[in-house]
Design a protein around this ligand. Sequence first.
Ligand code: GLN
Ligand code: ZN
Length: 764
Amino acid sequence: MALAHSLGFPRIGRDRELKKAQEAFWKGELDETGLRAVGRELRARHWQVQKDAGIDLLPVGDFAWYDGVLAHSLTFGVIPERFRPASGKPTLETLFAMARGVSGDTCCGGAHAQEMTKWFDTNYHYLVPEFTPDQQFALSWEQLFEEVAEAHALGHTVKPVVIGPLTYLWLGKLKGDAQGFDKLDLLERLLPLYGQIFQRLVEQGVEWVQIDEPILVLDLPQDWKNAFERAYNSLQREPLKKLIATYFGGLEENLGLAANLPVDGLHIDLVRAPEQYPTILDRLPAYKVLSLGMVNGRNVWRCDLEKALAVIGHAHSRLGERLWVAPSCSLLHSPVDLEREEGLDAELKGWLAFATQKCAEVALLARAVNQPDAPEVRKALAESRAVQASRAASPRIHKPQVQARLAAVKASDSQRRSPFAQRIARQRIGLALPPFPTTTIGSFPQTSAIRLARQAFKQGKLSPGDYTDAMHSEIRHAVEIQERLGLDVLVHGEAERNDMVEYFAEQLDGYLFTRFGWVQSYGSRCVKPAIIYGDLSRPKAMTVEWIRYAQSLTGKVMKGMLTGPVTMLMWSFPREDVSREVQARQLALALRDEVVDLEAAGIKVIQIDEAAFREGLPLRQAEWQHYLDWATESFRLCASGVRDETQIHTHMCYSEFNDVIESIAAMDADVITIETSRSDMELLQAFEAFEYPNEIGPGVYDIHSPRVPDTAEMVKLMRKAVQRIPAERLWVNPDCGLKTRGWPETEAALVNMVAAARQLRKEL
Ligand code: GLN
Ligand code: ZN
């Protein structure tokens, strides 16, 4: 019998109950008992949902307050000094303090939160463990064992899930004076903790544990590879069966290593890396379980069951009982339950599967090899075939016009008419800006009045005319303030935008939206990505009227504001039937029309945001160049429909530019604004070393905090910039958009910023 299991289920709840409960707890509206009750309720429900779907072995340990990596840090006692409780024993309060920081005015003084960063190439963010060279580990948190007991009490057969020792260490950072110390040296100290955990699980009657080691799909340094064998040899003693789980890519050169670790099973991701099969069969020792990740845990599409069954059937004939069937990775990255989407178009809904439905798909695949003649199996396969056929032929997806336009794209379409040097000369004449021109990144404070107006409009309580009036008055307000402050290139403030991707997606053909398709981004924050389901096109202009209105209010230059094709793609659920590259290029053409229309409306500066450009880099270095090529080309295709006189800006948030600077330069934006203030302008090093030729606006203040930096501080930062980049190519701007800020601090900071630019001009 092939076994169906799940690597993890979303923890947020179908109505984002976890988010709501955590936020209520933080506000003091819910006590700890109440919060814990919500957690228990969610776990019980999620186990039942998975069991009802036909999953044989249920995950425990996938639930977490705030973040799962954080839970491991508590488990191991990896609690930075500044959060260490006097009693020695961490509490929920300790956990949330590590996640969110503690403000300075409380009893115990302030403590900044742990750093947060992207979980591999997903849009989930985890809290980075902080190690010190003298780091000690001690079992300090009972949550996993409590939850195992809880599941057992409910009569479930479970498989606890832990992050493996090497992945855990890899994800962490050394702090303090760690010169010359290698965090891998902490391994010997950490391993006994795993021994203790496994021992406890054995005592609880657990048979299998899942150990996540997704770093096995990365380019690993040799000493890390070597450490794998050492670590798992030493963990061999515990009489607990171990399944090593890998996901988000192929094992490639680590395949032999992973297959031969002294454990009882291996999970591989055949959605991301189908080529691992059947190679793996020849490499896997004959006693081991092989878990095949067949159902995509990272996207929203129904699985092509017949295609998956071709692999599963073959694997079953070779492995028999040793075959397990699973989603590709934890379902943490999928929305919870498609059944919630009552309002969704029936045909589109028929193409989708969320976490709950994905569990049923996994179970069905196992069933299909165990009982191929069961009527449910036949029915499900027939249905899957029909869905695949309807999608493959649907005119809602396949648009000959869009495809023809893409096919007709010429190399010159992604090329500005003249080289930068000529363009900038023309732009300087047309724009007549002072040296060190000042601008902002696009958004101004999204006040509650703005949000309320938008909500009322969406609910039909505010007429389109009244809504337009409300937004116009916001734009007027933003323009007045910017004129008063003396900024050089103005923005309209983005009041009408809920989100920089969704706003455009809603106006493009080929996107669909769910009402409850939330996935956790970090902590209590969830996002509801739009879904690309078909060929993408722009039925009509999206931003032109707003920007035209804004420009009509001022004699200064008004900057048009768009989200770029790569970012649109990275922050959406993409199609699986065409490549990401094709989708990016379709988006590029749709946005290109908007760029051209803005120019025709008299807009002289157009910013195309590419916040997700750097974060789209594949996990494996060998795949970088291909990605960078199409990402760069998509941006250029989007930006190159305009005259030389029109100035194209792009913007990127906190990024490491060293390894991608060549591609940043190849994007050929006339101006790039970047987030640099927290790096003390260090990030400009990459631009300097590469002799980046175009203009740069290095952010002079951090927009994540309400703190108002003074003029001297910004002048000092810009002086550092001048040492790296010629003054005539520098702009002065904040790090990013100001939508999360309030007006008072925004105005105060911008007054100082304009003063800083004026001072710098005097120094020229
Ligand atoms: N134009 C956007 C804004 O100002 C850019 C946001 C971003 O880069 N994340 O809000
Ligand atoms: Zn930004």
